[in-house]
Design a protein around this ligand. Structure first.
Ligand SMILES: *Cc1c(COP(=O)(O)O)cnc(C)c1O
Length: 344
């Protein structure tokens, strides 16, 4: 297959290859992913949070994606992509860049389907996430100051090794897989007014737009740290240019370069996009730990923070917040709790 492993012209500042189809998944694609994902992963609970419902005077449900293997929603996408991977890509293996959870997702699916996996992470990556990737059998390479540095390194490695690059956003199979969380919510909840999703690369929010957003009147609201607003700027200003500011402590949403495929879906279907402060993210982590005893990583708490930012609109409404991931470093969690004002 000549040329298969040479980059082609990219609509954004990331590298894409001929196998990267940039067509958004259809509802039928998400349905098909549901068949695949439910074979390998448990349905995650949707649980009403009494403390959050009281604080927001709303019916607040948490979608417990933290209960998946790997502790984050991304494994849904990894499973769908690797389960349906064309045979020609299996032997050479998969390469991906990640701040951690995408890497764990691809590593988990690689182990399940017996495909070798190499993950590039930034030098200062979350050690717990790196350990888990290695435990799942992946080769982990630390490179660069942040996710986008590691991404550029891995994109070159994909050419060198002639290996299939699993992009973090420009992958319809990944988006369809991630979207299965939305299908599960639709099975349980007839009426939803608001769903808050963190946005890093945009796969999570795009998945909810294609399901909950398409099937109900729910407003899908995106949330990102104001210290790393690349996707927010892309959504607001109709650009796919890189953003220079990337200083968030929440590595799951620490991106500088917007992705074309997810942005196409978000421009169409996202009702609103909120930037939240780093303090509000820390407050979300502390609040949900102290009051619900659920561990959120910072990326996930952006959605909680966005809900509190919009609290006046939420009174009396049905609100869903996904617990997108729980893989926060223990030392970071302890620091946040020590500095918080919640009792306990
Ligand atoms: C990746 C990630 C996000 C952001 O999701 P995207 O699909 O990249 O926008 C949010 N929370 C957690 C825990 C993540 O791992």
């Amino acid at each position: 297959m000549d040329g298969q492993y040479e980059p082609v012209e990219s609509p954004d500042e990331t590298t894409v290859f001929p196998y990267h189809d940039l067509t958004p998944p259809t509802p039928a694609d998400v349905e098909a992913a549901g068949e695949v994902v439910s074979e390998y992963l448990p349905t995650t609970p949707l649980v009403r949070s009494e403390p959050l419902s009281a604080a927001l005077e709303a019916d607040v449900y948490l979608k417990r994606e933290d209960t998946l293997p790997t502790g984050a929603f991304k494994v849904r996408g990894g499973v769908n992509l690797v389960a349906t991977l064309p045979e020609e890509f299996r032997d050479r293996g998969l390469v991906a860049a990640s701040s951690g959870n995408h890497g764990q997702s691809v590593a988990w699916a690689g182990r399940e389907f017996d495909v070798p996996v190499t993950i590039g992470v930034p030098e200062a990556a979350n050690d717990d996430k790196v350990r888990e990737m290695r435990r799942l059998g992946a080769e982990v390479i630390r490179h660069g100051d942040d996710y986008d540095d590691a991404r550029e390194y891995i994109e070159e490695l994909a050419v060198e090794r002639q290996a299939r690059y699993v992009h973090s956003g420009n992958e319809p199979k990944l988006l369809a897989g991630v979207g299965t969380a939305g299908l599960e919510i639709l099975d349980e909840l007839g009426e939803i007014d608001y769903l808050f999703s963190p946005i890093g690369g945009g796969s999570s929010a795009a998945g909810y737009c294609l399901t909950v957003g398409a099937e109900t009147d729910a407003k899908i609201i995106g949330a990102q740290s104001e210290a790393a607003p690349a996707m927010y700027r892309a959504w607001q200003e109709d650009t796919l240019a890189a953003h220079e500011r990337m200083e968030t402590m929440a590595e799951g949403v620490a991106t500088r370069v917007p992705f074309a495929l997810t942005m196409e879906v978000l421009r169409e279907d996202l009702a609103d996009f909120r930037l939240v402060s780093e303090d509000a993210i820390r407050d979300g982590v502390a609040r949900v730990f102290c009051e619900d005893r659920i561990v959120l990583e910072g990326a996930c708490a952006t959605a909680v923070a966005a809900a509190f930012q919009m609290r006046e609109e939420l009174a009396g409404q049905t609100v869903v917040i996904p617990v997108s991931g729980r893989n926060i470093e223990q030392s970071k969690l302890e620091r946040i709790l020590a500095e918080s004002d919640y009792p306990g």
